[in-house]
Design a protein. Sequence first.
Length: 459
Amino acid sequence: MLDRFRTHLADSQLIPPGSRVLVGYSGGADSTALLHLLAKSGVDCVAAHLHHGQREEAESELENCRSFADQLGVPFAAGRANVPLMAEEMGIGLEEAGRKARYSFFTEASFRLSCDLIATAHTRSDQVETILFNLARGTGIHGLGGIPERRDNIVRPLLPFSREETQSYCQQNQFWTHDDPANGDLNFSRARIRHRVIGELRQINPAFDQSIIRLSAIAREEDEFLNGMAASALEQSEVDINGDLKFLTEDVEIRMDRARLAHFPPPLIKRGIRLATEVLGGALDYEQTHIVYTNLVEGTKGSVSSEGGEVVVEWDDKVVDFRRLSVSTPFRHTLTIPGETMSDEFGWQIDADLTLSPTTRPSRGDMETWLDADKVHGALYFRSAKQGDVMQPLGFHGRRKLSDILSEAKLTIAARSRIPIVCDMVGPLWIPGICLGERAAPNADTTRAFHLRFGPIRG
């Protein structure tokens, strides 16, 4: 098995040379085999074991795992979680709570220990069970694809191998392993599939496992193709929002032209609706997708919140808006002069320096401006817009509410909450791309000026 495993790593390039890999190590045969195979293949590993807080023997299992990692010369990272309490507080089953706890621990430990990848010990047998589980719950093509070999920084090097192979590998090498009692507990859905369903299906077709794996390969290929087609449909239907300031909210909102999107075939529309929601961190189930699709085609008005309520989809007879609800919190920071002030959260930066008088007269809506340094009171800083903010726009008589200025600029609510308002101790001076205040605008008598440039973070 070691030779075939090394060949698989070389052919798949799943783990690039020089990578440090955090291995999810429970002490079961699958994860024990994975840890040993990776270590013997020369991969720089860290063994990560999570105590789930469910069984008394888990303490001794943790120490046995630590001992095995020590024998391999592999660093060992242990974590603890109260999975039953998590399940109760989150209103989910023990299986799901355990999965969330593990991946949360793996993510934290991989960051802390400078690991490039996280490797889990899912096998071909897990793949078959997962696809059947998805079928039982109700799934589309994506669910038939099963467990991906790689998703983001998570890799599954054992997917070409069966559970029987990992168990045999551990037995031949006389490794200590333990079997989680939950694997045989028929109260758990996966255990029922493993012990009651798969055996019956193998009676119908002895090559059932291979058939399911073939199905998953076909489904993944077609799913990827359809995703590409749906993405193209979204691109052709997208409507620009916030003008030159669109980079402010590209990660939290998307707008589509309803008529253009409705022109595409139904499968692409539905898939596009789900993809747009997923891009913003939400998920729509079958019924929610059907509601959006039906109303979109009919041109009616309405809205749907994604599972968990993090993303809302709103539509009328002209547009379809996808919007993440938790956009930002109020902010306030000093402006670096001279230098660059960046917001990694919002994706923008302000370049600032002190110069002689400006070479050109700034306009109200420019992304670049000058402020007369002698008219600025105190240090310059930037903050989010506040209720009650007022400013006298350049060339105007009298002051105006910033809320009215931002609304007339047709900025979305998300953009209004993210755009930085450059201020001095008296109040607002500049809204990048929207409005320059009269109070500190340079003139022919200006001898010193703050030169400010606003735009997306440069790569």
